[in-house]
Design a protein around this ligand. Structure first.
Ligand SMILES: Cc1cc2nc3c(=O)[nH]c(=O)nc-3n(C[C@H](O)[C@H](O)[C@H](O)COP(=O)(O)OP(=O)(O)OC[C@H]3O[C@@H](n4cnc5c(N)ncnc54)[C@H](O)[C@@H]3O)c2cc1C
Length: 469
């Protein structure tokens, strides 16, 4: 029984590896990187590089912005360096489901903490993050109901875990107007919806108003060390002295860490989505077998299908021995893709070159894979006929980064005092607030809200058995 979720890093990974064995190397739509353009609301940052600070955060996505906000609230001086613009990469491209559907129970404490933080986010910011507590439903096929119940039972001991299976008239009341109502669905009233083009900019803006120095178009080239202790960062605009660095670099984290001789494997999948104009559609986020749809704060809809492309990057080849468990957990929702140009670029990237790879690509953006979305919209209109009149008002694609065991990194680096990493988030819109808070706790030497043992950096290199979570 495979996990079915809209965040498909896992299944994609395994399927892709299997397909690599079959030698499928042809170029496919949606496999190439194209010149990057942010879709996030642009915000004003700072221009003057401070000479020193307490904490430098690398990366202005969900992980970095939430860590910055938490540290600022605790009175810690922070500089956030973003090589492009805030939420220019994955965090501005997310579908916007805030949920924990079918996540491994190992992640449940993190997910429940994140739900709590999202629920209080608008009040905490004193501004609209775009979070809406809408609940969510995930259609269950006949064969999936027992699996879903077993998953619920495994999580039942967690306080505030509120997923349950809904059927009949209750399901009808959650999804009014659906012409092909599933027999059963997984439902949580505490799931929610977040508009990715708005949320991180709102968080970063408030963090800045609380004292964070926000430097956009400011790539960090490397971390400086003195006797094993972090002493600063070298950016393209100069050096900042600091004793603590948090790397929240999304896709770029493995490359950045490799510059310090630290191996932290991640693998990407590319996913395309679109926005549909406002019609009389479902107000609760919904994932069917064939698509996902979510109303946005302005009444339009985010839409996507359960099809991803896994780009064959050098990192896939390098980490092949780690990917066995992922292959077993694989679904058939991913196709392999290969761009020779991107592969060659990645292979020859030198983290110590100037300009650095982070300056050479300010915004990572895959091309849009249109065909599966067209089919998906037709399926949506079968369920909700009002969508026959909906217009596609935007299309975009993004890269989701995960790890070989599908657990993020939320970790210190034992060999480098003062260096912390939050990356490989997979469902980082959902988990970002808890990850950011945990990174802030680590940076301050506090005990995090949940156990981080399974999120440590060296689990792929210390001989631990690798399972898929
Ligand atoms: C199409 C799509 C749909 C998704 N749907 C969902 C969903 O519905 N629900 C959900 O929970 N998640 C979803 N996700 C996943 C989620 O968006 C990501 O997990 C999350 O955004 C990752 O956040 P991050 O902060 O780790 O990384 P990012 O958002 O990638 O941020 C990292 C930042 O670091 C910067 N950076 C990197 N290196 C440097 C450097 N050296 N110097 C300075 N800056 C640097 C980058 O420019 C980047 O902006 C989706 C993702 C995509 C692409």
């Amino acid at each position: 029984m495979k996990r079915r979720t809209f965040i498909l890093g896992a299944g994609a990974l395994g399927t892709a590896v299997a397909a690599t064995g079959a030698g499928v190397l042809a170029s496919r739509p949606g496999s190439r990187l194209v010149p990057g353009k942010s879709r996030a609301r642009s915000i004003v940052g700072d221009e003057v590089l401070p000479q020193s600070t307490e904490v430098v955060i690398i990366g202005g996505g969900f992980a970095g912005a939430n860590a910055a906000l938490t540290l600022a609230e605790r009175g810690i001086p922070v500089v956030l360096c973003e090589k492009g613009v805030v939420a220019g990469e994955a965090s501005g491209r997310s579908m916007g489901f805030m949920n924990g559907q079918f996540a491994d129970p190992l992640k449940t404490p993190m997910i429940l903490r994140s739900k709590e933080l999202w629920a209080g986010m608008n009040a905490r910011l004193g501004a609209d993050s775009s979070f809406r507590p809408r609940g969510a439903t995930l259609a269950l096929a006949d064969g999936q109901v027992d699996f879903a119940q077993a998953w619920i039972d495994r999580n039942a001991a967690f306080d505030k875990f509120d997923y349950r299976i809904v059927t009949g008239s209750e399901l009808e009341s959650l999804l009014p107007g659906n012409r092909n109502l599933p027999k059963a669905a997984l439902f949580s009233p505490s799931d929610g919806a977040v508009d990715s083009s708005l949320a991180v900019p709102a968080i970063a803006e408030v963090a800045r108003s609380r004292g964070v120095t926000l430097l956009q178009n400011c790539a960090v080239r490397e971390v400086e060390l003195s006797g094993g202790q972090v002493s600063g960062v070298v950016t393209e605009k100069g050096t900042i002295a600091c004793k603590t660095v948090i790397v929240a670099g999304g896709h770029w984290t493995p490359l950045f860490m490799s510059g310090m001789g630290i191996r932290m494997p991640q693998v990407d999948v590319y996913l395309s989505q679109c926005a549909l104009s406002a019609v009389d559609g479902p107000t609760m986020p919904y994932q069917s077998e064939r698509y996902g749809v979510r109303i946005r704060a302005d009444g339009t809809f985010a839409f996507g299908v359960v099809t991803v492309v896994m780009p064959i990057e050098p990192t896939v080849i390098r980490n092949l021995p780690l990917l066995g468990p992922a292959r077993e957990a694989a679904g058939a929702m991913a196709t392999l893709g290969l761009s020779f140009k991107d592969f060659w670029n990645d292979l020859t990237e030198d983290t110590h070159s100037i300009p650095s790879p982070y300056e050479n690509r300010r915004i990572l953006m895959p091309e849009v894979n249109v065909a599966p979305m067209t089919e998906g919209i037709a399926a949506l209109a079968e369920d909700y006929p009002a969508f026959k009149d909906a217009k596609v008002i935007e299309e975009w694609a993004g890269a989701i980064s995960s790890t070989p065991d599908n657990m993020p990194y939320i970790t210190g680096i034992p060999s480098h005092q003062g260096l912390f990493v939050g990356s490989g988030l997979e469902a980082g819109l959902s988990w970002g607030p808890a990850v950011g808070e945990a990174l802030a706790d680590l940076a301050m030497g506090n005990t995090p809200q949940f156990d981080l043992a399974n999120y440590r950096s060296d689990r792929f290199t210390d001989g631990s058995p690798i399972a898929f979570h």
